[in-house]
Design a protein around this ligand. Structure first.
Ligand code: AMP
Ligand code: MG
Length: 353
């Protein structure tokens, strides 16, 4: 199959392009579509055969459900069965954070095929801030089921070229809407339990959510590796993820101290993911910069690119500096730690925890 590239024109409304992409989806095709977080691999959510092809193209396990993208918050009622007592909270979250990087897990409506939710009674839904995802969903007139567009287990795609790298020949088209502004996936909040539970940290900081909903429980899978037999509430949080080919070790702690700890451990030819200020310390290593140590917005934009870059390098192993877990730091450090299979060292110690 030849994968077509549809170029978004930043100076036009791109309506024709969105209609073309929607027509392809309506015919059962798979299309890579940008969101503000990462690129999604879209299919018509109400077409089970098309959705099955998403799992196949990504090599995604069938137990890992997809996220539904709708073009407006008012669409959510059609595809979910929100209990009366939750309606006000869902409405408040929608009006505060949509369009944006928040995914809500809610009881599903019967119209959603079981393959989308991997048989779960709940469905994950969001409204993206990227006009392309909203434009295509609106033109389709149905929700787009779209997980991240990477091959399963690989770092997520933040450019159309990344999507081509993983999916060329396997999908029908990619909408090129430029690099993703946020760079890490959406924050997933399960609203079917009390208190609401953070299933995946993402582009919307936990602190911003807690200001609106009060205390939020954090799923165990967010901060550490689960034991054999333990089930996360977001099935996709279970397996090793975002991993470049070489093994990764994350070094936590204040930036200066973690840089020094890495310097003591690295060998020539190893790889280092570090904050910009420390790049020149690693003259004999392959270096990818994560952005300034004080700028988590840039670190979020850079993290997957930095991990992906090592696939075309020969590093024997990779050491990564890691921000603290305030704000976007929780999502950035979660992605790095997952890439490392949670192999983490605290700065100043050389012991793996
Ligand atoms: P991705 O599209 O790659 O960002 O993956 C979507 C994430 O959402 C995965 O971690 C899924 O396990 C999670 N997810 C999707 N639907 C549900 C649901 N109904 N309940 C809990 N987690 C979900
Ligand atoms: Mg993913």
């Amino acid at each position: 199959m030849q994968t077509e590239m549809f170029e978004v024109d930043p100076l036009s409304d791109n309506r024709k392009l969105y209609v073309r992409a929607a027509e392809a989806l309506a015919a059962g095709a798979l299309v890579g579509i940008p969101t503000e977080t990462v690129y999604g691999l879209g299919a018509d959510a109400l077409n089970p055969e098309a959705v099955a092809r998403v799992f196949e193209a990504k090599g995604r396990p069938s137990f890992d459900p997809l996220i539904l993208h709708v073009h407006h918050g008012k669409e959510v009622d059609k595809y979910t069965a929100i209990p009366e007592e939750l309606k006000e909270l869902v409405h408040t979250l929608a009006s505060k954070f949509w369009p944006g990087p928040l995914t809500m897990v809610l009881p599903k409506a019967d119209i959603i095929p079981d393959i989308v939710t991997s048989g779960l009674p709940t469905v994950a839904v969001r409204v993206s801030a990227h006009p392309a995802m909203r434009g295509v969903a609106k033109a389709l007139g149905r929700p787009v089921a779209a997980p991240s567009a990477n091959t399963s287990g690989r770092p997520s795609c933040t450019t159309a070229a990344d999507v081509m790298g993983d999916m060329e020949g396997k999908i029908d088209a990619v909408v090129d809407g430029g690099p993703c502004q946020v760079g890490v996936e959406s924050t997933i909040l399960d609203l079917t339990c009390t208190p609401p539970r953070l299933l995946r940290p993402g582009g919307l900081p936990l602190e911003a959510l807690e200001e609106v909903v009060g205390p939020v429980a954090v799923d165990k899978a967010v901060t550490g590796r689960l034991k054999d037999g333990e089930q996360p509430k977001a099935p996709g949080m279970k397996y090793r993820h975002y991993a470049p080919k070489a093994p990764v070790t994350v070094v936590t702690g204040p930036a200066e101290a973690s840089a020094r700890t890495i310097l003591q451990m690295v060998k020539p030819g190893d790889g280092v993911i570090c904050f910009d200020e420390f790049a020149e310390l690693f003259k004999e290593q392959e270096v990818e910069c994560l952005g300034p140590s004080q700028d988590k917005r840039i670190q979020a934009q850079r993290v997957f690119d930095a991990l992906r870059a090592f696939d075309s390098k020969d590093a024997a192993q990779i050491y990564a500096q890691c921000p603290d877990s305030q704000g976007l730091g929780l999502a950035i450090s979660n992605r790095l730690k997952k890439a490392a299979g949670f192999k983490t060292i605290a700065a100043g110690q050389k012991r793996v925890v």
